[in-house]
Design a protein around this ligand. Structure first.
Ligand code: ZN
Length: 231
């Protein structure tokens, strides 16, 4: 029995999260990074802000990143990155959960990610367990159940049935939100089912039913697809 079946699912970034906080000028709450960072020097002390734009009225607002810190406390490369509005640093600050917590705003990750899967197409038919490494390119919190739906291309009901049947081994609860890499294992459909499936795999495609539609073995073994992240 092949116990080395592995798949990789990656939560990829498709956009930056939206910063949700009240705008002082309008009733809007959604802000996007303006792409700029402001650095103010006062003697040996520095203030650094991330600049946001209100999505409704375009008003610029400031999020304090450093307040009155010694110039010497920042690495020179970091300071240069701030002064040059380096996109990687703008991205890092915009996604920072600790900066959001410190400044009392929420991050909305809707539309900020997509799941890319490389799952063998026979994944759910094979009696051998399938190990899935889920990796995160960004710290977007994603419900585990939703990852399973997107990754396996099955309904919420089907996911819940597999979990209830004990076929999915997870390091965290199905309704928990994951935001960093983890591994899960999916057991095959069981010895009885496995025998049935192995017979079916030799049968014409239209005889196969149920989950076996996921296992079109005449298609290429690897499927790479991008499932968009919904709300
Ligand atoms: Zn506004």
């Amino acid at each position: 029995m092949n116990t080395d079946r592995k798949a990789r699912w990656a939560v990829r970034q498709s956009a930056l999260p939206t910063v949700v906080r009240p705008c002082p000028d309008c009733s809007g709450t959604r802000h996007r990074p303006s792409g700029r960072i402001r650095v103010n020097a006062n003697g040996k002390l520095l203030d650094v802000w991330l600049l946001l734009s209100c999505a409704a009225c375009d008003r610029t607002s400031k999020v304090p990143v450093h307040e009155r810190v010694q110039v010497s406390s920042l690495k020179p490369a970091r300071l240069v990155a701030y002064e040059n509005n380096e996109p990687a640093v703008v991205r890092e600050l915009t996604m920072s959960a600790s900066l959001a917590a410190k400044n009392g705003y929420r991050l909305d990750w809707t539309g900020a990610w997509a799941l890319e899967t490389r799952t063998p197409l026979y994944a759910l038919d094979d009696p051998a367990p399938l190990k899935v490494l889920v990796s995160f390119e960004l710290p977007a919190p994603v419900r585990v159940e939703r990852l399973l739906m997107l990754g396996l291309g099955i309904s919420r009901t089907a996911v819940r049935r597999m979990v209830a049947d004990g076929r999915v081994h997870l390091p965290l609860a199905p309704d928990a939100k994951a935001h960093q890499d983890f591994e899960l294992t999916i057991d095959g459909p069981g010895s009885v089912d496995a025998a049935k499936h192995s017979k079916l795999l030799g049968a014409p495609a239209d005889v196969r039913t149920g989950l076996s539609h996921v296992g079109l073995h005449d298609a290429p073994q690897q499927l790479s697809r991008l499932a968009t992240a919904g709300a």
